[in-house]
Write a protein that binds this ligand. Structure first.
Ligand code: DQA
Length: 156
């Protein structure tokens, strides 16, 4: 059952990106594709607009800054899309921040982490996520926005 939002739908979706995602486009493109993070941001803004929603799009290479963003989302966001990148596999602190949220959170991975190295198969974030999209490349962010559009519409 999706987490219901009790926050205003006029608040933006926070789209948060973890370490090394600033290098998308040139970082192992055979795994992560050629689309840059700036291009993903533009695509997300356009997709959110089709649902009457807005976004705040951020990236950080620092675990604590991602914790800060998630704390800010408690009162500042209608929903969160999080690609935790490498921190998904290691960070209990990020999971703790997610578990304080009362809004939907969709975990996104560009690659299918289950097809990859065994150390990528477990994600702490998944335990706190409403849903997960993986393996669809940059399109995954758009599908996560669509899911949030539906969840927020259903919680009217
Ligand atoms: C990733 C998958 C992670 O295993 C990796 O550490 C990343 C990106 C993805 O989007 O496929 O940095 O989250």
């Amino acid at each position: 059952m999706a987490k219901k939002s009790n926050q205003s739908k006029t608040l933006p979706i926070f789209i948060l990106n973890g370490p090394n995602l600033n290098l998308l486009g040139t970082r192992e493109p055979e795994v992560y594709g050629y689309t840059t993070l700036a291009q993903i941001e533009k695509m997300c803004a356009a997709q959110a607009a089709t649902h009457g929603l807005s976004i705040v799009f951020r990236q950080s290479n620092h675990e604590g800054e991602i914790v800060d963003f998630l704390q800010e989302a408690r009162t500042g966001a209608s929903a969160v899309i999080l690609n935790p990148a490498g921190y998904g596999h290691t960070s209990i602190a990020i999971l703790d921040s997610i578990q304080m949220l009362k809004i939907p959170l969709i975990e996104v991975h560009l690659s299918n982490i289950h097809k990859r190295e065994p150390y990528r198969h477990h994600s702490y974030v998944s335990r706190g996520a409403t849903g997960i999209v993986m393996g669809l490349g940059a399109q995954g962010y758009l599908r996560a926005i669509d899911a949030i559009g539906e969840i927020l519409k259903d919680s009217k």
